[in-house]
Write a protein that binds this ligand. Structure first.
Ligand code: PMP
Length: 367
């Protein structure tokens, strides 16, 4: 029999794939818009596509188990050693490796209310306890974190910007927090949405790892880099932390196509810029549309917006269902304790338009 702490886990609920909606509702797949998983609406960049085509010629062999050339490129980019980089099968894998290396029964991880769903999963999967700090204005309360950390805390998870709320903590707050966190606690700073920050908000926390050996910064290739289907992410940390994570990872945790695509994507500055511009424009479009409908939303620093669909415990799901019938897939956040809210990812202008046109019709179903 599986241990109680495994049976108590509620499985991750991913964004609904277009194929499910087409099957369930008989809609034309070409008319369905998916704005549910914070993916890059531009898809893959040309450089990544070309690299995949080339790598596809040699799939009979195992991938480079140590990801030598991708790690070298990332190390160079962040000005750290290759032995400070850990590659993952998506950044989810990196988060799980951190949990695996530092958590076990009797220990705990601290994170915020409305934090990314993988934190409790990774924590409970190790038999450790989740300690949830109430959010303040939908964002992380770092003073609350400091008060909650106890002698058994070994990991703190902070997403910045945060998913699903889209909120952001400036670097002075993060640095002040890092200075006060006990050294036995690994601070996992999850920056899956970092590339969407505007220039005035940008900061480079990977530069802090030398000063804080208990800091791990995780980044993703799934969002701005457009490689969600390939699954690549990475962490920058001290050599000691990277060494521990390397002990618990699967030998070939990043596949050959993903390694090749990520290596090409890192250098595709033009694609990244285009992605950033599309997102900024889309954020403005969606937030202006929500405002015009008099809907409450949390101003976002990511590539998605959390908005209040209505009042009542089933408001979010009702509007989600109605939007789906109109061919627009968004993301319910009732699993995050936000049953009145929905999260919409930023798409291409015509996709955002489709969402904004369908939304008032979907909202009318609440009446
Ligand atoms: N962290 C956060 C905050 C996220 O929102 C996501 C994606 N939903 C991830 C990590 C994981 O992304 P991936 O595994 O695709 O890199």
């Amino acid at each position: 029999q599986a241990p109680e702490f495994i049976r108590a886990i509620a499985p991750y609920k991913a964004g609904k794939p277009v194929s499910d909606v087409v099957r369930e509702l008989g809609l034309d797949p070409n008319t369905v818009v998916k704005l549910a998983s914070n993916e890059n609406p531009l898809g893959l960049g040309e450089k990544a596509k070309a690299a995949i085509a080339q790598a596809a010629a040699d799939l009979g062999r195992y991938p480079d188990a140590n990801g030598f050339s991708l790690k070298a490129k990332l190390a160079n980019r962040h000005g750290v050693g290759s032995d400070q980089i850990t590659l993952g099968n998506g950044s989810n894998d990196v988060l799980e490796l951190a949990a695996k290396a530092f958590l076990t029964q009797g220990r705990n991880a601290v994170f915020s209310q409305y934090a990314f769903a993988v934190y409790p999963l990774a924590t409970q999967g190790c038999g450790a306890q989740s300690k949830v700090v109430p959010a303040v204005c939908y964002t992380h309360d770092l003073d609350g974190f400091l008060k909650t950390i106890d002698a058994n805390t070994r990991v703190v998870f902070i997403a910045n910007p945060n998913n699903p709320t889209g909120t952001f903590l400036p670097q002075d707050k993060l640095l002040a927090f890092l200075k006060q966190v006990p050294k036995q606690v690994l601070v996992v700073l999850d920056e899956a949405y970092n590339e969407f920050l505007q220039p005035q908000d940008q900061y480079d926390s990977t530069q802090w790892v030398g000063q804080f050996p208990n800091l791990l910064v995780s980044r993703s290739f799934s969002k701005a880099y457009g490689l969600a289907g390939l699954r690549v992410g990475y962490a920058v940390s001290s050599v000691e932390v990277a060494d521990l994570m390397n002990r618990v990872r699967q030998p070939f945790n990043v596949n050959s196509l993903a390694l090749a695509a990520a290596e090409a994507a890192v250098d595709d500055h033009e694609f990244l810029k285009q992605t950033y511009d599309v997102n900024l424009h889309g954020l403005e479009q969606i937030q202006a549309g929500l405002k015009a409908l008099n809907l409450e939303y949390v101003p976002s620093y990511g590539n998605f917006v959390l908005f209040k669909a209505g009042a009542g415990a089933d408001a979010g799901m009702k509007v989600f269902d109605a939007l789906q019938r109109l061919g627009v897939i968004v993301r319910p956040v009732n699993g995050y304790g936000l049953p009145e809210w929905l999260r919409v990812s930023i798409g291409l202008p015509h996709e955002n338009d489709a969402f904004l046109k369908a939304l008032p019709i979907a909202l009318a179903t609440l009446q």
